[in-house]
Design a binder for this molecule. Structure first.
Ligand code: B12
Ligand SMILES: Nc1nc2c(ncn2[C@@H]2O[C@H](COP(=O)(O)OP(=O)(O)OP(=O)(O)O)[C@@H](O)[C@H]2O)c(=O)[nH]1
Ligand SMILES: [Mg+2]
Length: 416
């Protein structure tokens, strides 16, 4: 089975008109397209960086507040400068973009502009016809990020071709999808691989928890602290959203990210493509590749999960697991059922600005005491900038107390 077409959509800087793009995103998803939505008020740099890291076929821009001729042209130019002019641009903006503007935009390298009254069906057809065919291989990726992005695509595509999800993903090595993806890398790619990709040195932190608990918001706040602590550090994020096999998906975590829109952050969004449990069939291999690449931290976010077992347990790559809880989980009975509470290294009660948070803290504390493990419980308000709970969590992850957890995990891995 062919991999779904991946496109990025966004609304330009100083523009909050996101209603049109939200409708269009939904229509694309319904027709088998994976849409990485970057959100509104996005700069040219943010759009191009995201498109390269996500290795999309094209960028769809919805623009209403004027300046579109220049804005679209700047996106085309920056893609060219970065050696990524195989990523194409299309878009619309109702009556704001005139026929004359559209002609000028096309001259500057934009593929297509859609006007008021165009049916959603026409746009879907355009994307399938124009961006559905397989791409030419890039001769020599111009940056390590670009090369990494393409390798992640090769891994995902290798799994898509194998048609069905693998319940127990194989370890990287001979026979796995990553092995064949890496074998197919260009000579330039292999050279980079030996110089820049090493054995796992990154700290890999897995975040899971119910949908909407604040995982992405919390990760974004932690990333800010990682970036500020060490001005040379780099962070990778592998983020998941759900999808059914062969269907489209809205990969929306990027829209929540503010601090992670940074050249020192490499973010990749993945659809689960039919696999249950919060991760994708290709996750293990993609994560292994990121962990061997040049990052200080690799953060992985699952889709919103329920009461089932920790998605990272069989993974073997994740050093530290974080369960982000919403204070509104139900009653103590629900807590007894949440298996993840037995295995997480850190449990976070996020949204502790909400009324039920204190009760949630004490109920979860009692539940964790029964485990008799050295688990940490932290209250956070991730949506609040400079939250002291997030500071505490950052200290735990980056400082000594967690080094103990890493040691424990490493020893366990070495023993097995
Ligand atoms: C809805 C709307 C709003 C809503 C936005 C809600 C939201 N969250 O999006 C609200 C009320 C909040 C709003 C606010 C403002 N708005 Co307003 N708004 C509109 C309005 C009425 C409709 C836009 C829309 O969503 N259309 C629905 C879409 C589906 O249809 P469409 O526009 O015809 O688009 C078609 C194609 O172009 C294509 N398309 C569009 N985008 C894309 C992207 C891709 C990838 C593809 C493939 C296709 C595609 O899809 C459609 C297919 O038929 C337009 C007027 C108009 N009729 O265009 C003004 C308009 C865009 N707004 C305008 C203004 C000025 C504002 C404000 C500045 C007003 C103010 N002073 O506060 C604010 C700015 C808000 C902000 N933060 O940016 C002006 C812009 C003028 C300009 N560019 O010079 C307009 C043109 C109204 C006007 N005539 O003055 N607005
Ligand atoms: N009140 C409150 N809201 C928060 C807090 N943290 C995040 N939110 C809001 O909760 C909503 C969901 O946040 P996300 O970070 O997208 O949650 P998520 O767990 O990543 O969601 P999924 O990826 O969809 O599972 C957003 O509207 C956030 O602004 C918090 O501490 N307090
Ligand atoms: Mg999220």
């Amino acid at each position: 089975m062919a991999s779904p077409i991946r496109i990025l959509t966004a609304v330009p800087i100083c523009d909050g008109h996101d209603s049109a793009i939200n409708t269009i995103n939904l229509e694309f998803i319904r027709h088998g397209i994976e849409v990485i939505y970057l959100g509104y008020h996005r700069s040219v740099g943010d759009i191009v960086r995201a498109a390269i890291q996500e290795d999309v076929r094209a960028i769809g821009i919805s623009s209403y507040n004027g300046g579109h001729v220049e804005f679209f042209a700047e996106v085309v130019d920056l893609l060219r400068k970065r050696g990524a002019d195989d990523i194409k641009i299309f878009g619309g903006g109702g009556g704001t973009i005139t026929q004359k503007d559209a002609a000028a935009m096309k001259r500057k390298g934009v593929d297509e502009i859609f006007f008021a009254g165009t049916s959603l069906e026409e746009m879907v057809k355009f994307v399938h016809q124009r961006y559905g065919k397989s791409r030419k291989k890039r001769e020599r990726p111009k940056s390590p990020d670009m090369e990494l992005a393409r390798k992640l695509t090769e891994i995902e595509e290798a799994y898509a071709k194998s048609k069905r999800p693998t319940p127990n993903p194989p370890s990287p090595g001979t026979g796995s999808a990553v092995a064949s993806a890496q074998r197919s890398t260009s000579k330039a790619g292999r050279k980079h691989q030996t110089s820049n990709i090493k054995h796992q040195t990154s700290k890999v932190i897995g975040f899971t928890g119910p949908g909407g608990a604040g995982k992405t918001t919390l990760i974004d706040e932690l990333v800010l602290r990682f970036l500020n602590k060490d001005r040379r550090s780099r962070v990778a994020i592998l983020s998941h959203d759900p999808s059914v096999i062969g269907e489209g998906a809205l990969l929306g975590d990027r829209a929540t990210m503010i601090n992670s829109q940074d050249d020192r952050v490499f973010m990749r969004s993945m659809a689960t493509r039919g696999q249950a449990g919060g991760l994708s069939p290709a996750t293990h291999d993609c994560l292994a590749l990121l962990a061997r690449s040049d990052f200080d931290y690799v953060i992985i976010e699952t889709v919103g999960t329920g009461q089932e077992a920790m998605p990272f347990q069989k993974n073997g790559i994740v050093d530290l697991t974080v369960l982000v809880m919403n204070p509104d989980y139900g009653s103590r009975l629900q807590l007894q059922k949440i298996v993840m509470l037995d295995v997480a290294d850190i449990v976070v009660v996020n949204k502790s600005d909400l009324q039920r948070a204190r009760t949630a803290h004490s109920e979860i504390e009692q539940r964790l005491e029964q485990n008799r493990r050295d688990q940490q419980l932290i209250d956070t308000v991730a949506k609040r900038h400079r939250d002291s709970g997030v500071d505490r969590m950052f200290d735990l992850i980056s400082n000594k107390s967690v080094a103990a957890v890493y040691d424990r995990q490493t020893k366990r891995k070495r023993r097995s």
